[in-house]
Design a protein around this ligand. Structure first.
Ligand code: GAP
Length: 495
């Protein structure tokens, strides 16, 4: 990971390792004041966009601790594992597939334990710490076990994904929401994985945040609920399995993916929605975005279709996964029906079915990091250019100088805007330093009260993107702020 961006993120109050004063543990991070605002804004934008897809999509919340029985039924107790090799000399443990991938530059995700052992001896892989030999590869379960109660008899785990909370709550919500499909249940919250090799900062953490939407649907009628004509003439940026090694990304018409590649139309429709989210709202440049298809061997066996959503991040050395779009079929509810003996089957128009799940799964921390990576336009000057809805502060209000004449109007403007937007008020230090500080944390617009403005009721409005300043009437500020914050009004279009 780029040291520069990491130290900038720390210095500017975004994100750093947790429990720093005790030396920190690998894989745990805290958000500072700017990071917490940025993260919250990303979550709000995500919620607004994806809950807006259907009136029957809802945000719920569920516990971080789940009983063993639920995770046994979901398959996590037996198979939520990564392959591990341990050095027989110093005892250090490593993720076997990652070591092999680094040594050979070929994918090793799907290797069996026997294949890993064979590969380790074939390429003479030794411990990167002490050069000692490795023992036999073994599977390591990544869940954190928890003992509940004074005697610790109720075995439980920290949830490895938020998705399970939605599956466990499906039946109750289906009843509450008047027995309609599609039903979407979204959860934003912590997930926990005891990663063997947490690394690359927030990319592989042991405690992280997911924003997941589980869409429960009838695969035979789901498409009728969607306006498929939205796909007409639209293209998706993809790297398909059969394009690997040839082209990083290809732009393909939605219809072509449906007709030639036999992807379900509802799946491609959601690819388009996810792509619009990243390109239009998060403002990821087109050339840095792609859907990466997972092969049958690479994807979880219950995923019928699986593309990762990847963004090219210079701090992480290329295209990296930020999210996934998974068509999981009826796997999850079927497993919980068997495990809990509660019926997950529903009746719709005389038809009985176990609903299928289309899962939109996003890693919040990785997405927040991507914002810093993509929008840090100049590492030398450190200017961060965040979209207004995402920036920790949308506006900053300053009196030009700390003078009694200027402060009342500046405070009045701050009060006018602060209930509706994230607004920073600052009156100390030189104006140049205050602008520079806002440039560093990605505040798109600064409003400054100066002496001229006191006579003609104007203030200056500065655009971080261009550093251009325009004079605007104080009584126009509310309207202008609304337009700029929503993105409907562009600074360049202001007179
Ligand atoms: N419910 C499906 C699921 O959990 P996943 O691919 O394991 O799928 C979804 O995780 C997303 O969560 C990933 O695309 C990634 O953004 C994020 N994620 C997964 N493991 C992570 C980790 N160790 N650290 C940070 N983010 C992680």
């Amino acid at each position: 990971m780029s040291e520069d961006v990491q130290s900038l993120a720390k210095r500017r109050g975004f994100i750093w390792q947790s429990a720093e004063i005790y030396g920190s543990m690998a894989g745990f991070y805290d958000y500072g004041a700017m990071g917490a605002r940025l993260k919250r804004n990303w979550e709000n934008v995500w919620l607004k966009y994806f809950m807006g897809l259907n009136d029957n999509y809802h945000l719920i919340d569920s516990t971080n601790i789940l009983p063993e029985a639920a995770l046994k039924a979901s398959g996590h107790v037996d198979s939520f594992t990564d392959p591990l090799v341990e050095c027989t000399k110093c005892g250090h443990a490593f993720r076997a597939d990652q070591l092999i991938e680094e040594a050979t530059s070929t994918a090793a995700e799907e290797l069996s334990l026997e294949e890993i052992d064979a590969k380790v001896s074939e390429i003479g892989l030794a411990c990167p710490k002490c050069k000692g030999p490795f023992g036999k590869a073994m599977f390591f379960n990544m869940m954190f076990p928890i003992e509940v109660g004074t005697k610790g008899t109720d075995r439980a785990y920290l949830r490895p994904e938020t998705a399970q909370g939605a599956y466990l709550n499906f039946k109750r919500h289906f009843e509450i929401m008047r027995r309609k499909l599609p039903l979407g249940l979204a959860i934003i919250g912590k997930a926990y994985r005891n990663e063997i090799a947490p690394r690359q900062g927030v990319y592989r953490m042991r405690e992280f945040i997911q924003a997941e939407l589980q869409i429960f649907m009838d695969p035979e009628t789901f498409s009728d609920e969607l306006d498929l004509s939205e796909m007409d003439g639209k293209e998706i940026l993809v790297q398909l399995v059969d394009m690997r090694g040839k082209k990083d990304v290809q732009s393909m018409p939605c219809r072509y993916l449906i007709e030639q590649y036999k992807l379900p139309d509802f799946y491609v429709y959601h690819m388009l929605k996810v792509q619009e989210f990243y390109l239009d709202i998060i403002k990821i440049p087109k050339n840095k975005f792609r859907f990466y298809e997972k092969s049958e061997k690479e994807r979880a066996f219950y995923n019928r279709v699986h593309f990762d959503i990847e963004v090219d991040l210079s701090t992480l050395g290329g295209f990296r996964e930020l999210a996934g779009l998974h068509y999981r079929g009826d796997y999850d509810l079927t497993k919980h029906q068997i495990g809990s003996k509660e019926k997950m089957e529903v009746s719709l128009d005389g038809r009985k079915l176990i609903p299928h799940v289309l899962e939109l799964s996003f890693g919040v921390d990785r997405n927040v990091w991507a914002l810093l990576d993509i929008h840090l336009v100049d590492e030398r000057t450190g200017v961060l250019k965040l979209p207004p809805q995402l920036a920790p502060y949308t506006f900053a209000v300053f009196p030009l100088m700390k003078k009694d004449e200027l402060i009342p109007l500046a405070k009045e403007i701050h009060n006018l805007l602060k209930d509706d937007y994230d607004v920073c008020y600052d009156q100390s230090g030189s104006i140049g330093k205050r602008y520079a500080r806002m440039d560093e944390i990605g505040t798109p617009f600064c409003i400054t009260v100066d002496f001229d403005g006191l006579t003609d009721d104007t203030v200056t409005l500065r655009d971080t993107d261009t550093t251009e300043q325009k004079r605007v009437k104080v009584d126009e500020l509310e309207r202008i702020a609304r337009g700029l914050a929503s993105g409907k009004l562009k600074f360049k279009d202001l007179n």
